[in-house]
Ligand binder design. Structure first.
Ligand code: SF4
Length: 362
């Protein structure tokens, strides 16, 4: 029988490590007890991460939207012959990087489609070009899928690709391409993507080389509560082993322009209850993570603000350019002014603090 919720939450606040079954019980809560879970997560956030609401001044550079894969949740990628394909060359990438530098960003992110002609050298070139045009800016780029693709195309081991990327200036890697780390679900939503085991291996290799990564989940499509718990358990186990995750970033599925939704294989995104519980349960379950981000890009600033009193301590980046979520139909993807972040933080009686990618306060 389930433990009474108040007892369970008190135990967690006193250091009990949630089991998978207990996390499942929390995810299944549907009534006003959602607020009790959020309140407990907020207390744990206060103990573990303090009261500051952090953000990073960053810019995305999407190199190309041409992609050999066709993930069902992706409204961003294009196939040869489609309208609206772009592929930025060195001059364009360096112009964007120089512009980011002038804007005073401390982080540039690159994530792109898997271009049919890309090899490991293509990623290395892009990283070098950006470092050249924006010296001193932290490069947060790549993900396990891109590393696997580069390794496959260049007949290298993934650890060699990571090593070469680090030498080219990679500062930290995105923990995206995780989606849901359950192969049955991956088969439905992104069957050409690397399997769970490979994602875990590449992330662990990156941590072993001293490359920190984020950890993500994409939820609100066709996964079950049990799949979410399985996913969080994998992340917690990796963190126990490596301490290489800098933060956890829940990404709420944007369904509008995606094949997965149009073909009836996904629901229309997470509900508000699910968005709140994802942050709160993650805060309570991931007892070895200090930082939990709420994504204003995916959820909108009002829902993101509620996430900050449900376990979240970070608002992510200013995002001067964002095409991935916009492609899928998100409405909130352009730049978010730190003044608006400040308004939202101060409305909660908290202070907004600028941070680096790896969470040093500026
Ligand atoms: S999610 Fe990434 S790998 Fe999948 S289709 Fe979109 S761009 Fe390609």
């Amino acid at each position: 029988m389930d433990r009474p919720l108040t007892t369970l939450l008190d135990d967690v606040k006193n250091g009990h490590r949630l089991t998978g079954d207990e996390a499942l019980q929390l995810f299944r809560t549907r009534d006003r007890q959602v607020w009790a879970i959020a309140a407990a997560a907020d207390e744990v956030r206060e103990q573990r991460a303090g009261d500051a609401v952090t953000y990073v001044r960053n810019q995305n550079i999407n190199v190309t939207n041409l992609c050999v894969n066709a993930c069902g949740f992706c409204g961003f990628s294009k196939k040869p012959g489609d309208e609206g394909i772009y592929f930025h060359d060195r001059a364009a990438i360096q112009a964007k990087a120089a512009q980011a530098h002038e804007r005073g960003v401390s982080e540039i992110c690159t994530v792109s489609g898997l271009h049919p002609d890309f090899t490991a050298q293509s990623y290395i070139d892009v990283y070098r070009w950006i470092r050249e045009a924006a010296p001193g800016v932290h490069l947060h780029a790549g993900n396990p899928m891109e590393v696997a693709y580069a390794a496959h195309k260049s007949h290298m081991r993934t650890v060699e690709v990571l090593d070469a990327m680090k030498a080219a200036g990679l500062g930290s890697m995105c923990g995206t391409a995780a989606e849901i780390l359950v192969d049955d679900v991956r088969h439905t939503i992104c069957r050409e993507k690397i399997k769970t085991k490979e994602w875990v291996r590449i992330i662990t290799e990156a941590h072993g080389l001293g490359i920190k990564t984020t950890a993500t989940i994409m939820y609100g499509h066709c996964e079950s509560d049990a799949d979410r718990v399985a996913h969080l358990s994998i992340l917690r186990d990796i963190q126990d082993e490596t301490q290489g995750f800098s933060e956890f970033v829940p990404l709420s599925f944007i369904h509008m322009n995606t094949p997965l939704f149009r073909q009836g294989n996904a629901r229309a995104g997470a509900t508000g209850r699910e968005d709140l519980l994802m942050v709160a349960v993650a805060r309570l379950f991931l007892d070895n993570f200090k930082n939990i981000q709420v994504s204003w890009v995916k959820e909108g600033i009002k829902m993101a603000q509620l996430g900050l009193i449900a376990g979240g301590n970070d608002l992510g980046g200013t995002m001067f350019e964002e095409s991935i979520s916009k492609g899928a139909g998100a409405m909130n993807t352009d730049y978010l002014d730190p003044a608006e972040m400040e308004r939202v933080a101060e409305d909660l009686g908290r202070t907004l603090r600028r941070r680096t990618t790896l969470y040093e306060l500026l």
